[in-house]
Design a protein around this ligand. Structure first.
Ligand SMILES: Cc1ncc(COP(=O)(O)O)c(C=O)c1O
Length: 416
């Protein structure tokens, strides 16, 4: 009996508890923020942590005085938190950086000296260009890039197609996404990593889009490297790199004498944005607080299960709009295969006009190539026109989805 009220609280949508902690959402009640894939809002914890850092400890690490030692302790705690967010084996496996693009670029360039002419790297048609371009540039050293193509309909990556590519016996690295920032589709990275490892290839995972939507367990994924960005997971603008310790140690990033040769510092160029890292610690605290006992993995599982309901509601609402087609999985019954990010077209309407129409009704979304022009081309969509995209996260609500449905109905009925 005593557990009943608690149970009822757990069954309420997370958004009921979460929204009031985000000043940007709280202070703009009429606005629907559906552009989370481009960067999420931040909770009070993040603002407090940044303010606290800049007010009380805005000094360089490594000094022999208390405030400097407090900076060192904060950096250590943040590294530990990020490691537990990923279930890394050790905090030493996680490095801080500017953003994911620069971290992916750094790993690609560190990989270059290890590759020989004729070696192959596999990139996917599903990725954001940040996880394609840096690997394609290895072709200047005689490396061959091969595309793991999507299967339509559904813009899916089939593991069997990777198996086919790996048969050449020359693939040294596979770069892939954990989820697509255009289709919202989740990729079976664990299966792909197993195949790659068997074929002697290392794996690089772009987890930027998946990270706000669920638990990442790098040990279960079995990959070698992974990157994600703070500003997509309710924190400040910065990036994170994870690598298996022995895989990191094989790489030799450029470094000045004052930068230690061992991970994680070998991968951190100069002074980091301490206030950003403090803010990230705040974001991790916020996420953990979504679980009654403060467990970060359980909180991320809760987000994932709540968002399944949002995906179902969103896909059901969109199915109701005449002339609307979705890129990727559109079946509300298969919401477990995606996160609540949906890109779509409405016949007879330019995506830019769709998004302007939504903006006029207080719904903030996005349009364009979504930095995935190869995916759009492979799906028969002109990247110059692109698609409209709505991207939701745990603080969004079914009422907001209903507003979207009404707005799109109003637009599509103009076409009669
Ligand atoms: C899937 C994906 N990968 C990579 C990036 C690039 O991340 P960053 O802006 O941190 O460089 C983005 C940014 O939107 C993204 O959505």
């Amino acid at each position: 009996m005593a557990s009943e009220p608690g149970l009822r609280i757990e069954q309420r949508p997370l958004s009921d508890r979460a929204r009031s902690r985000f000043p940007a959402l709280r202070d703009a009640p009429g606005t629907v923020f559906f552009d989370n894939a481009a960067g999420a809002q931040v909770p009070e914890e993040v603002l407090d942590a940044i303010r606290e850092h800049l007010l009380r400890r805005n000094v360089q690490r490594g000094g022999r005085y208390d405030r400097s030692q407090a900076v060192e302790a904060m950096l250590g705690e943040a590294r530990e938190r990020v490691a537990s967010f990923l279930n890394a084996q050790s905090p030493q496996e996680t490095s801080f950086g500017l953003n994911s693009t620069s971290l992916i670029r750094m790993i690609a360039e560190c990989t270059r000296p290890q590759l020989r002419a004729g070696d192959e790297v596999v990139v996917t048609e599903l990725d954001h260009e940040a996880n394609i371009g840096p690997w394609l540039r290895l072709e200047a050293s005689g490396v061959k890039a091969r595309f793991w193509k999507i299967r339509n309909p559904g813009a899916r990556l089939e593991t069997g197609d990777l198996e086919e590519l790996l048969r050449s016996g020359r693939v040294r690295l596979v770069a892939m996404p954990l989820a697509s920032n255009a289709t919202g589709g989740v990729v079976d990275v664990a299966a792909a990593s197993r195949l790659a490892r068997k074929a002697g290839a290392t794996t690089f995972v772009d987890a930027v889009h998946f990270a706000p939507h669920g638990r990442i367990d790098v040990q279960e994924l079995g990959a070698d490297f992974l990157a994600f960005s703070g500003y997509k997971i309710f924190g400040p603008h910065m990036g994170f790199l994870w690598g298996r310790l022995d895989a990191l140690r094989e790489l030799k990033p450029a470094r000045e004498f004052f930068i230690p040769a061992d991970p994680p510092y070998a991968f951190e160029a100069g002074t980091q944005t301490y206030e950003g890292i403090a803010g990230m610690l705040g974001a991790m605290r916020y996420l953990a607080s979504l679980d009654a006992e403060g467990s970060l993995p359980r909180a991320m599982d809760r987000i994932r299960s709540d968002e399944r309901g949002l995906s179902e509601a969103l896909l059901t609402a969109l199915a109701d709009v005449r002339g609307l087609t979705i890129l990727g999985e559109s079946d509300p019954g298969r919401a477990e295969a995606r996160v609540p990010t949906v890109s779509f077209a409405i016949s007879g309407f330019d995506p830019a006009r769709i998004v302007e129409h939504l903006a006029s009704r207080g719904i903030q979304a996005r349009d364009g190539h979504l930095y995935a022009p190869r995916l759009l081309e492979a799906s028969g969509i002109d990247p110059k026109t692109g698609l409209a995209r709505v991207s939701l996260c745990h603080y969004n609500t079914r009422e907001e989805i209903e507003k979207l449905r009404e707005a799109l109905h109003a637009l599509s009925s103009r076409n009669t």
